[in-house]
Write a protein that binds this ligand. Structure first.
Ligand SMILES: Cc1cc2nc3c(=O)[nH]c(=O)nc-3n(C[C@H](O)[C@H](O)[C@H](O)COP(=O)(O)OP(=O)(O)OC[C@H]3O[C@@H](n4cnc5c(N)ncnc54)[C@H](O)[C@@H]3O)c2cc1C
Length: 441
């Protein structure tokens, strides 16, 4: 939509936005209320007007290095920041609230100082919260503006094939001089297949492997007051690896995720039902260089091993048991002060599933975090494994977002360029500018 905005504001090119999902009003997900996915096709959470962001709580992270790294895509940090501001201005124009959280507050300064003293980097992020209840209004207002500027929408329409100056949508061939592929995480595998067929260069991106941590909500309370999803970055002592917190769910629930051949864990907060715990991912960043670069295969092998040891369920262990070199059992867990929110897990030994280096990183990282948030690494803290974040294959493109296949441009999460609303939108602006430069309009 941001690319369509840029194109329709600055040219007479005819612009068609195709999406396999539907209008905002038609998007509803039972899992958001109940926690149970019934497998809608296409998934309402991921697909439709506004993309995956359309059904989210609409947190706009107003930093170019969060949800990707725009600084690496443009010439200067200033240019990257300007892109963030341009995206934010469009959201404001369509009704995003003016209030910004996480900027210049005493609490943020104090948390930053406390973290720095413990050798942890707290990343203060100026954030705008649109909120899931207002998102439909914002997205629809944006759509109406685009329509007034001549943009056409073709929803509930799945693109099957792209390339050679055309797009095939459910058997129908549509001519397209320029194609901008922005299929998001949901369309990443499909797009990687298309890219391979067309001879577009792609490489494996990094992955994040670790655990989901669950602590009593009171331990994290003061931190989530400062930032709903606080981001802490840590370099570990033994391996100098990068570990970070991600996706915090205050008073939330740990969930099991099922993939084709392995399981994983994630977290969620439900709108109505609240738990007494807070969970967050604690992840080690892994990049492979030589001779193997296939991070996806490596991450999957770890997930398979954890699935085997867990008997097809996520593994659950208290940190105290991990430190003592023994497995957890339900009896031991029941003696703790915290009750796990995911019951369909197997109490066991995470060190039999995750590589030693990752286990060391997790233990060292948590001990450091405990200096900022006392209690986080106490013996009763629960660890669930495996949590593996696979990202899309990185599609290679020039600074105008054009691939080595002429007139095929890319943007967003599905091309491995971003992992958030603002950064995805910014890459849309860059791609549109690339098209405008080529079309010389
Ligand atoms: C539940 C959830 C909550 C999130 N919350 C936040 C948040 O608060 N803040 C934040 O910054 N980020 C959040 N994110 C991440 C954010 O939504 C994404 O980073 C962002 O939407 C990526 O934008 P995109 O345009 O690249 O792709 P998407 O938004 O994923 O859009 C891709 C679109 O392409 C369509 N598509 C894919 N393949 C095809 C095909 N073959 N034919 C037709 N259409 C196709 C899909 O239907 C989809 O609508 C959240 C993600 C999820 C899943």
């Amino acid at each position: 939509m941001f690319a369509a905005h840029e194109l329709s504001s600055n040219s007479k090119l005819s612009v068609l936005v195709v999406d396999m999902g539907g209008e905002m009003e038609k998007r509803s997900c039972p899992a958001a209320e109940t926690g149970k996915c019934i497998g809608c096709k296409p998934c309402h959470i991921m697909c439709g007007l506004g993309g995956a962001g359309g059904m989210s709580s609409g947190i706009l992270n107003l930093r170019p290095d969060i949800g990707g790294d725009l600084g690496k895509l443009v010439k200067s940090a200033r240019e990257a920041q300007k892109l963030v501001e341009e995206v934010d201005t469009i959201f404001l124009e369509h009704g995003a609230p003016r209030k910004i959280y996480g900027r210049n507050s005493k609490e943020i300064d104090e948390l930053t100082r406390r973290a720095a003293a413990a050798g942890v980097k707290f990343i203060p992020i100026p954030q705008r919260h649109i909120g899931s209840e207002y998102l439909p209004k914002v997205v629809n207002s944006f759509k109406r503006k685009l329509e007034r500027q001549g943009v056409k929408f073709m929803l509930n329409s799945q693109v099957e094939q792209i390339g050679n100056g055309e797009v095939i949508i459910e058997g129908k061939h549509i001519k397209a001089k320029y194609i901008l592929a922005a299929p998001g995480r949901v369309g990443a595998d499909w797009f990687a297949g298309q890219a391979r067929k067309l001879g577009v260069k792609l490489v494996h991106g990094p992955i994040d492997v670790g655990v989901r941590i669950e602590v009593p909500a009171v331990i994290y309370e003061s931190v989530v007051k400062v930032n709903r999803d606080p981001k802490f970055h840590i370099r570990t002592k033994t391996f100098d690896d990068f570990v970070r917190t991600f996706c915090t769910n205050a008073q939330g629930f740990v969930m099991e995720e099922r993939y084709n051949n392995h399981i994983g864990v994630n977290g969620q907060s439900l709108r109505i039902k609240k738990s007494k715990n807070t969970n967050f991912a604690f992840l080690v960043h892994i990049e492979l260089t030589r001779p193997i670069t296939d991070t996806t295969a490596y991450g999957r092998s770890i997930a398979y091993l954890a699935t085997t040891i867990g008997g097809g369920k996520p593994l659950l262990q208290r940190i105290g048991d991990l430190r003592a070199g023994r497995r957890s059992t339900w009896k031991r867990i029941e003696r703790s002060q915290i009750e796990p929110t995911l019951r369909s897990a197997t109490p066991g030994d995470i060190s039999m599933a995750l590589p030693g280096r990752i286990v060391t990183d997790i233990l060292e990282g948590l001990e450091r975090l405990d200096k900022v948030i006392p209690g986080v690494a106490s013996d009763s803290t629960l660890l669930y494994a495996p949590e593996v974040k696979f990202y899309a294959m990185q599609i290679t493109a020039d600074e105008k977002m054009e691939t080595n296949v002429p007139n095929l441009f890319i943007a967003g999460d599905g091309a491995g360029l971003s992992r958030g609303i603002v950064t995805a939108a910014a890459t849309g602006l860059l791609a549109a500018r690339g098209i405008l430069a080529k079309a010389k309009v």
